[in-house]
Design a protein around this ligand. Structure first.
Ligand SMILES: [Ca+2]
Length: 497
């Protein structure tokens, strides 16, 4: 099917195609779920996290009515692997999506995630927006996804019955469809709805209404903007993520023949301004959806989770992009609002992961993930129930198995505790970086070769090995994918799921 309707016509058509029984008097008391994710929005790219340039009143509204986790991380800061983890509650080595393309861009075997669990519990499930996994979306009553990265303007989208082309700005289109699904959903079931926006992914094309926002300001460069990579391992020196070299703005106002330092500064201004402008569009569309929940009386009993799939470098070490274990890349925004059960506040203590999302949703909504998943992530519900003394993770496993990818980011594993970080670059020549984060938040002093810290290095190495074993990481020491594309852990538990 190939259509080219206006947004309004497409909205009406979608609403008309989904007709369900009217509201049941026995309205289910189980919570609804609205999961919202952006693409490459880092943790502090919203005003409630302290950003003084970007104003995000609707993200702030979520944070004010719920919990903002100040220490939220993606264990695999790359689009598709992180999306697989969000869905399944598993590390990428277990769900199988370890790269952004190729054979390892599919969910492994019959691996499924929280949408299917909830659908089996009687939920109406839908997925709108960026999907970016090769597998057909499993577990949804309705899905409408961008093909691959999708386009910022007049996007094509894919449904179970074919492709549809829309007019307009991509995140406006996605929000339109989310609203259409909410309006047309079956009223006798709770819903679980995923809304994955495209912004602020490269090449940072804002909605025209925000095209000139920030024209009259100069954005300060970060403290580490001029920190070079000379003292870093070869694996890092070989990356291709320098803002000075990004070609994106040569046709948008930056002369490619400028001296390198000047080109870097000009690229930085346009990069940051357009990155922020695209997030303004997200925030506005988030507000439309939250308004609908308010007006329909749904907000109280709906769990809203808002996050990003990975962090992003905004000029630290002169870099853009993600894919590395440094803090700007692994930290993500994480907001959770559920007025019926969660007391508002900011949690600055607990390290929470993208692995935890599926566990939390299933804990509140019913059903269960496979037993082995409990070693990969955990529900936040005990934290929300107010037990300050809840035993919580003291460390977690990091992994990246894509190389070279578009930016030559190295394959790596790592471990992060509240204070320490060990990164193991697992391709030859293998190297380590170790940082003491309270003393060195910019991660500029590698202590891995320092004899004084040898005991700490050995402790972290041992714990990294334990975490791999606990989560049945069967990838090779060098990050090579295991041969057969099957779910071995599921087989060990007595059969497929
Ligand atoms: Ca991403």
């Amino acid at each position: 099917m190939s259509l080219y309707p206006t947004r309004r016509a497409a909205l009406s058509a979608l609403a008309g195609s989904l007709s369900f029984p009217s509201l049941s008097s026995a309205q289910n008391r189980r919570p609804n779920v609205l999961f919202v994710m952006t693409d490459d929005q880092r943790w502090d790219a919203m005003s409630c996290a302290g950003n003084t340039i970007l104003k995000t009143p609707n993200m702030d509204r979520l944070a004010a009515g719920g919990v903002r986790f100040a220490n939220a991380f993606a264990t695999n800061p790359l689009c598709s692997p992180s999306r697989g983890t969000i869905l399944t509650g598993l590390y990428s080595h277990a769900h199988g999506v370890t790269t952004n393309g190729g054979r390892t861009h599919y969910l492994k075997g019959d691996t499924r995630g929280f949408p299917e669990v909830l659908r089996n519990q009687g939920y109406y499930t839908a997925m709108i927006g960026k999907w970016h996994i090769a597998s057909t979306p499993p577990g949804f009553d309705h899905w409408c996804i961008l093909p691959g990265q999708g386009a910022y303007f007049d996007p094509q989208m894919v449904t179970a019955s074919g492709r549809v082309k829309f007019r307009g700005y991509v995140d406006d289109v996605i929000a339109d469809q989310v609203l259409a699904v909410l309006e047309s959903r079956p009223r006798n079931k709770p819903f679980s709805l995923i809304c994955n926006f495209k912004a602020p992914h490269r090449d940072w094309r804002p909605a025209p209404r925000f095209a000139n926002t920030y024209d009259d300001i100069t954005i300060l460069e970060p403290a580490l903007f001029h920190q070079d990579l000379n003292e870093r391992p070869a694996a890092i020196r070989g990356t291709d993520m320098q803002i000075a070299d990004m070609p994106d703005f040569f046709e948008r106002g930056v002369d490619r023949n400028l001296p390198r330092d000047e080109r870097k500064k000009r690229n930085y201004q346009l990069f940051l301004k357009n990155y922020y402008r695209t997030i303004l569009g997200v925030d506005e569309n988030l507000g439309r959806i939250l308004d609908y929940l308010d007006k329909q009386g749904l907000a109280e009993n709906t769990i809203v989770i808002y996050t990003g799939d990975n962090g992003f470098f905004l000029g630290e070490y002169g870099m853009f992009d993600k894919r590395l274990m440094y803090e700007p890349s692994i930290r993500v925004p994480m907001l959770v609002r559920y007025p019926a059960a969660i007391k508002p506040g900011v949690d600055r203590e607990h390290m929470v992961l993208n692995n935890d999302v599926a566990h939390t949703i299933v804990d509140y909504c019913g059903g269960s993930l496979p037993p082995y998943a409990s070693s990969h992530g955990r529900s936040w519900r005990p934290l929300f129930d107010g037990a300050a003394a809840v035993p919580w993770r003291a460390d977690w496993l990091y992994e990246n198995f894509e190389y070279p990818g578009p930016h030559c980011a190295p394959k790596a594993r790592g471990i992060r505790t509240a204070e320490w970080k060990l990164i193991h670059y697992i391709q030859q020549p293998q190297t380590f970086e170790m940082f003491h984060l309270p003393a060195d938040p910019g991660e500029t002093r590698n202590l891995a070769e320092n004899p004084q810290h040898r005991p700490q290095l050995e402790t972290l190495k041992m714990r990294l090995h334990q975490l791999r074993r606990e989560t049945a990481d069967e990838f090779g020491e060098d990050g090579t994918a295991p041969g057969p594309c099957t779910n071995r852990m599921a087989a060990r538990e007595g059969g497929s799921r």
